[in-house]
Design a protein around this ligand. Structure first.
Ligand code: FAD
Length: 148
């Protein structure tokens, strides 16, 4: 069994064309390498990640000129809407561990906010709104220093 990976524009072209055409192209490459005498492949299986509506691609990959903070920006939240996944990790984007660490970070952020609301509710006035533009690292209850 042979496995080939294609990227960028070539990947999109391959996805769009008939699998038999792709097999012809692959066999041409192999014959250039090993000679005309090699047999035809008996089958082919092509992933079409960009056409899967639940995937729409494979992993995030910055193009030339991308701000190196782009993946960190992807992790910015909008009010109480949080973003996780490999694309939202500033260091390990593109990898499983990026998805994993990003998930842990978002979960910690959310847990910290819930904990803070509970702490404040137990300590006196219940604040209806969380100031969650930045989440401090805390071990227990107590008002974060940036709160007014
Ligand atoms: C071919 C291939 C090989 C790879 N090889 C490696 C490797 O060797 N090592 C490595 O570290 N990483 C590898 N990766 C990358 C790794 O798989 C990804 O970085 C990782 O899976 C990203 O995880 P994620 O949770 O961010 O996103 P995903 O795993 O893409 O999860 C997103 C989920 O959201 C779901 N979803 C999307 N839209 C909706 C919607 N509207 N409603 C509900 N659900 C939705 C999707 O179905 C999917 O289950 C590879 C990826 C591919 C495609």
């Amino acid at each position: 069994m042979l496995l080939a990976t294609v990227t960028g524009d070539v990947a999109l072209r391959i996805e769009a064309q008939d699998d038999s055409k792709t097999l012809d192209e692959v066999m041409q490459v192999l014959r250039n390498m090993y000679g005309d005498g090699i047999p035809n492949a008996t089958g082919t299986m092509n992933s079409k990640w960009s056409q899967n509506p639940y995937v729409v691609g494979s992993w995030s990959d910055p193009v030339v000129g991308t701000d190196h903070n782009a993946h960190t920006y992807m992790a910015s939240r909008i009010k109480n809407l949080f973003f996780g996944g490999e694309a939202a990790h500033g260091h390990w984007y593109g990898f499983m561990q990026g998805a994993y660490y990003s998930g842990l970070e978002r979960a910690n952020q959310i847990a910290s906010l819930i904990q803070r609301e509970n702490c404040e509710a137990n300590q006196g006035p219940i604040l209806s709104e969380c100031v969650i533009s930045q989440v401090p690292q805390r071990n227990g209850c107590g008002r974060p220093s940036y709160r007014p």
